[in-house]
Write a protein that binds this ligand. Structure first.
Ligand code: NAG
Ligand code: NAG
Ligand code: NAG
Ligand code: NAG
Ligand code: NAG
Length: 338
């Protein structure tokens, strides 16, 4: 009975007095930038008062968790409460619902739990030019198509398996696209906008890439490393791409002949290429059981020169014998010192 009374009291008091929380930017932050900590955004319990007139607002949790924020929803209402900043970053705040405000220019929503997102209803063309949704749970990109002013799109580490044909059709300004660490098995060049300059598709499951379909006259940089590709038509890839500078293609399942042919072609056309991606941890480079990593290329085992395998086999044996010998010595030593 007592407990019920207490609960009742708690409910009535919390209804009677809404909490008002006034947030302040932590210093030092730039003149135009406001960093907020400890924002627990809940419309039904708290009236949040945020600093106004900042063009860049960042709300996050740091990785050591010394401070934390929770913002489960971003929509037009929160955007107005935050003073309609041009750039808004909500990172590591358990964001679940994202209704992209039409006035937002830069959006960084990495490290959240987003599966869906959409554009705020309205008439005005969406201003968004930069969107980072990396490390969320997005599998469906359909709603990207409404963001017609997008120039940079980062979608690293999501769950994208398919890209429907018209997804990027209206994104005529898109220059930079990063889809690393997704689950793509296939990508059709015809579905990518010709405005693209920079594309990363590393660490997916691409099994084939029709290079002739990639009609991207402005392309400078392409990363297709760590996929399941077995062939690559180098000539078709560089065709009609006068600006192409660099291609990353290590960690695939090409045979050595393909790699030699492609690299030679790239050399002749001054396209640099990287077989091993030095900027990333090579732990990510996996070859399947039929293949082995040789100079950044997954080479089928039956194609590895005999001598090479033998010498590896020998060195493994040497290590084993040495380890065994060490154990025996240690055992004898222990037995003697008893
Ligand atoms: C907001 O607070 C109410 C009352 O404490 C709670 O029931 C609700 O789950 C909270 N909403 C969110 C999104 O945390
Ligand atoms: C924000 O700036 C506008 C125009 O510069 C000004 O009228 C307004 O008072 C400012 N608001 C705050 C809360 O500083
Ligand atoms: C796409 O947007 C609509 C609203 O326009 C929304 O209902 C739907 O859940 C969104 N889908 C995805 C996959 O984001
Ligand atoms: C993506 O979501 C939309 C609705 O938001 C739906 O119509 C479409 O079938 C979905 N596509 C995939 C591949 O799941
Ligand atoms: C490659 O670069 C060299 C030296 O910069 C230049 O002489 C050559 O014409 C270039 N070749 C092509 C195909 O652009």
């Amino acid at each position: 009975m007592k407990e019920i009374l207490w609960t009742f009291l708690l409910i009535t008091t919390s209804h009677a007095s809404r909490v008002v929380r006034e947030h302040r930017c932590i210093s030092p932050a730039g003149e135009d930038m406001c960093i907020l900590q400890e924002v627990f955004y809940n419309r039904s319990t708290t009236d949040n008062v945020f600093p106004q007139n900042y063009s860049h607002v960042h709300i996050g949790s740091d990785t050591t968790r010394t401070f934390q924020s929770l913002v489960p929803i971003l929509d037009g209402q929160l955007f107005r409460e935050l003073g309609e900043p041009q750039a808004l970053e909500l990172t590591y705040v358990k964001l679940k619902t994202l209704e992209i405000p039409r006035k937002l220019v830069l959006g960084n929503f990495v490290d959240n739990s987003l599966r869906e997102f959409w554009l705020e209803p309205g008439e005005m063309a969406p201003a968004l030019s930069y969107l980072d949704l990396s490390r969320n749970e997005v599998s469906n990109l359909t709603n990207i198509s409404s963001l017609v002013n997008l120039e940079s799109l980062y979608m690293v580490g999501n769950e994208i398996e398919h890209i429907a044909p018209n997804t990027f059709a209206g994104l005529t300004k898109l220059k930079l696209l990063n889809l690393n660490h997704n689950e793509l098995k296939m990508i059709h060049g015809a579905d990518l906008p010709p405005s693209l300059i920079w594309i990363r598709l590393a660490d997916n499951s691409l099994e084939s890439l029709d290079a002739a379909e990639l009609k991207l006259p402005l392309l400078e940089y392409l990363d297709i490393s760590n996929n399941h590709l077995t062939t690559l038509n180098g000539a078709a890839l560089i065709m009609d791409k006068p600006n192409l500078r660099e291609v990353f293609f290590g960690g695939n399942r090409f045979d050595l002949a393909t790699v030699q042919k492609v690299t030679e072609l790239f050399q002749r056309h001054n396209v640099s290429y990287t077989l091993l991606d030095d900027t990333e941890d090579n732990e990510f480079m996996h070859c399947d059981y039929r293949s082995k990593l040789v100079d950044g290329v997954c080479v089928r085992r039956d194609q590895i020169p005999n001598g090479w395998l033998k010498s590896t086999g020998l060195s493994v044996l040497t290590v084993l014998v040495a380890a065994l010998f060490g154990m025996v010595v240690r055992w004898v030593f222990l037995a003697m010192s008893k």
